[in-house]
Design a protein around this ligand. Sequence first.
Ligand code: LLP
Length: 386
Amino acid sequence: MLFSRKLHGQLAGLETPFYYYNLSLLQETLDSAKKAADKRGFHVHYALKANFNDRLLKSIQASGFGADCVSGNEVQKAIDMGFDAGKITFAGVGKSDKEIILALNHHIFAFNVESIQEMEVINELAGQLGVKANVSLRINPNVDAHTHHYITTGLDENKFGVPTSELERAASVIRNAAHVELIGLHFHVGSQITDMNVFKSLCVKVNEWKSWFEERGTVIKVLNVGGGLGVDYHHPDEQPIPDFDTYFDIFDKFLERGPHQEVHFELGRALVAQCGSLVSKVLYTKSGVKKHFLVLDAGMTELMRPALYQAYHKMERVGETEEPIVNYDVVGPICESSDCFGKEVPLPESKRGDLIAIRTAGAYGEVMASRYNLREEIRYVYSDTI
Ligand code: LLP
């Protein structure tokens, strides 16, 4: 149990709800990922979309990771936090002209280009600025990530990347584009992937399309295989650090790469999910005809994942307790029936004022918070400041 009696004492007086970030766990996770990647000569860009909290970004930057961005503001944020522009990638199906110009002016490592038209626009804007843009072509490989359909990205029906049927035309546009340089191929098939066979299937597709380009005389320097490594939401304490060695081993084994080919990753969730928890207070308890409810002061506005994806997050009472277990529907204060963190959740019998921690909330938690219902801005505390 992370939230021991001692931590309870430290958190008890703080205004709730807030995100609690365990910075030493974050550092251990980063060190483990970096070591496993370095051992194989792999490059890892941290996907800022998972969490762009300043303290987390500082640790990630200081640990030597690059940045993977999906908006001009994320590119700017990465630069402001000290990430080397030469290690920044910029992905996304809808980059605006303004965002492209910003990234061109920063001379980022590469644009991950998602359509032929986007390639043409980048070429035109780079020409106007008198620069050359490095691009990786995002290919939609039609690989099923076997994850929630909202976070599957590599199927024919998804909006991401260039379909393989369009590659011939894409290759010819690139050949004629004077202001872009194709440095690599980019893939990302989904998020929260726990079945390692998905990554094996991805490797097969990457090999296939890399050969396709090489047969046409195109030199591919960078193979960017995206992110997607899942975490264990059910056991945040047993093995909080993902098995990066097993994950990277798959690519080491199954990707065919030449001596000068670099392999790049864009990990978000696996680096930051376990270090964060949403701590909230029980406002009310009530029993309906069939149900016991715990009404928390945190809701879908602070952590949207359960409402949006029916995602599971383990919940626990902060501090040790002897009370009998009750099955609660744990809900928030927002005027939506989907504002529910879990149904029939076994928790020690609770009363007004008790603290409940919602675990594994470091990724896609704080960043997806909203002000719906004119909620207060989200608060956060770090393990080294309490
Ligand atoms: N690269 C690209 C192109 C992506 O679209 C994503 C995530 C990543 C990298 C990082 O993936 P990760 O390693 O974090 O799985 N809000 C959802 C997750 C959306 C993921 C979007 N793309 C959630 O809360 O589960």
